[in-house]
Design a protein around this ligand. Structure first.
Ligand code: SIN
Length: 525
């Protein structure tokens, strides 16, 4: 069924008020697969960045069961990109051994030596940005422009943590005893098991690995089964710049994800687990890691509230909503999931947002016109459809978009008249649906915003300085965007509260998650 932008009266009148509406281009759903398939995959200028092996002890390796392989697909076309080793517990133990053997020497290097290597790795990533973005778009689907942005964002963690490597300061503690002096030093925790998702195939690795290596830890990485090639390309560059053998290891798998997760969590040689992914899996990993009392960093699911108050700059709020909601085609943990709009500004905001979203161009990430790529796989499409159908069956209206266009392509949508009994109010959609809820007062919206077990990011738009402080302090989230929908960078601490996780990544706090504090009491003075 054709759903057009002029369905709802206030959208209609708003469009009449503003400049002429752009035509909402509707494409025959069956044409999308063909369209995506006909897009050319750019050739890499450095073909060695595309590695079809796992990486252990600076060697490109197969599984001990050399025949075992799994395919990786282009989510835009469903075509196979290549095959990688289907590794298992035995392969993971081999990687852990390599990381464990490398740890003493790596930990003994000075912060300056680790700085120099991380800085070289950063330079190599930037120098190969275009190729790395090609690999990323190919396996993840995000637009090439967005992929290049992710490579720059990802590389920034190597640069940042190179600079932090030389600043792992301890403290001298004023002593109450004349014959004793107290001090602390920081030491690397040891081997770190790193489990990363497909939505940021590069940046979620660099954010963890940059901190781990700067601290003096060695790592075993299990990348998302959908997007392992980006991780392996980083390893190729690590080897070239001289990161010593065993410091960085990657095990690949699709079938043995939970076995490998369990091995990383229970193996006594591993001293820390860092995971980005769902809250459900995070809870499992945390309980598995408890047996050997590992340190854990968990960056888990969100259900981000995005609040627009009547006094907001409406155009800025629309830009912010687009930046937050539709980044990665709605597939980030900090995407706005519930957009609360105060009743006075609701019609105007809804109209402007719908108009902008109607201009998006969905397509293959390599098509230069594409603003938004496909979803990662059919399960993601099903979830988005389920949320949309649930909302419309309970009275939500589609202002724009909302069609499954074939394959993994889903038309970005804006829904209005949302209510809190709809699934989207309590579940993360992880897809391109912007659901608009109407509210009246600040107290009411704070209650609604905090009425969730999750607490990763929250956003709001207002120009009232008193309200800005009140709401920023009262939102139960680890991160708050005030008058902005883009909050992620290497300088600021990324992480959540409540069931959104533990620990902070990036920033001046990021190194601490990979270090132990040792207290030294010097007596008999
Ligand atoms: C995520 O979605 O997990 C990470 C988003 C970000 O780093 O901005």
């Amino acid at each position: 069924m054709l759903r057009s932008i002029v369905r709802t009266p206030y959208v209609h009148s708003c469009l009449n008020l503003s400049h002429a509406p752009r035509k909402h281009v509707l494409v025959n759903p069956s044409a999308w697969r063909t369209l995506a398939s006909s897009t050319k995959i750019p050739k890499l200028s450095d073909a060695d960045l595309m590695r079809h092996y796992a990486f252990i002890n600076n060697e490109w390796v197969l599984s001990h069961n050399a025949e075992a392989k799994f395919p990786v697909y282009d989510p835009a076309t469903g075509e196979e990109i290549g095959q990688l080793p289907e590794m298992d517990i035995k392969d993971t133990q081999r990687a852990i051994q390599a990381a464990s053997a490398a740890f003493p020497l790596w930990a003994q290097q000075t912060g300056k030596e680790r700085h120099d290597l991380l800085k070289k790795w950063y330079d190599a990533v930037i120098a190969h940005k275009d190729d790395l973005a090609t690999i990323l778009t190919w396996e993840n689907g995000k637009s090439y422009t967005e992929a290049k942005g992710e490579i720059t964002y990802g590389a920034s963690f190597f640069e940042w943590f190179a600079e932090e490597a030389v600043r792992a300061y301890g403290k001298v503690i004023p002593s109450p005893m004349t014959n004793q002096r107290y001090l602390t030093i920081k030491q690397p925790v040891g081997v770190v098991g790193i489990i990363t998702p497909w939505n940021f195939p590069t940046a979620m690795i660099t954010r963890k690995v940059g901190a781990a290596l700067a601290a003096g830890c060695t790592v075993v990485i299990k990348p998302g089964a959908e997007t392992p090639y980006s991780a392996l390309a980083l390893c190729e560059l690590a080897k070239r710049v001289g990161i010593p053998e065993g410091v960085v290891n990657v095990v690949t798998t699709k079938k043995h994800v939970s076995d490998i997760g369990n091995e990383l969590c229970t193996n006594p040689l591993v001293r820390k687990i860092s995971f980005t992914g769902s809250t459900k899996v995070g809870k499992t990993l945390m309980s598995q890691a408890s047996g050997t009392m590992k340190k854990v960093s968990l960056e888990l699911g969100g259900n981000a509230p995005f609040i627009v108050f009547d006094d907001a700059d409406v155009d800025a709020a629309v830009e912010g909503a687009i930046a937050s909601k539709f980044r990665g085609t709605g597939q980030t943990c900090i995407c706005a999931n519930r957009i609360y709009v105060q009743k006075g500004i609701y019609p105007l905001f809804a109209c402007r947002l719908a108009e902008k979203v109607g201009q998006f161009k969905v397509g293959h990430g390599f098509d230069p016109d594409t603003t938004h790529g496909p979803l990662i796989h059919s399960n993601a499409v099903e979830k988005v459809k389920k949320h949309l159908d649930d909302a419309t069956s309970k009275g939500a209206e589609i202002l724009v978009g909302g069609r499954h266009l074939g394959g993994n392509f889903f038309e970005p949508a804006v829904l209005s008249e949302m209510t809190s009994d709809m699934l989207i109010a309590s579940e993360e959609t992880f897809g391109p649906i912007a659901p608009l809820f109407r509210f009246s007062t600040e107290d009411e919206v704070l209650k609604l915003a905090n009425d969730t077990p999750f607490g990763l990011a929250g956003y709001f738009f207002s120009r009232d300085i008193g309200r800005i402080w009140r709401v920023a302090e009262k939102l139960e989230t680890g991160m708050v965007g005030v008058n902005t929908g883009a909050i992620s960078n290497c300088y600021a601490p990324f992480g959540g509260v409540k069931e959104s996780g533990l620990g902070r990544e990036g920033s001046c706090y990021g190194l601490d998650d990979y270090m132990n504090i040792k207290y030294i009491n010097m007596g008999g003075l």
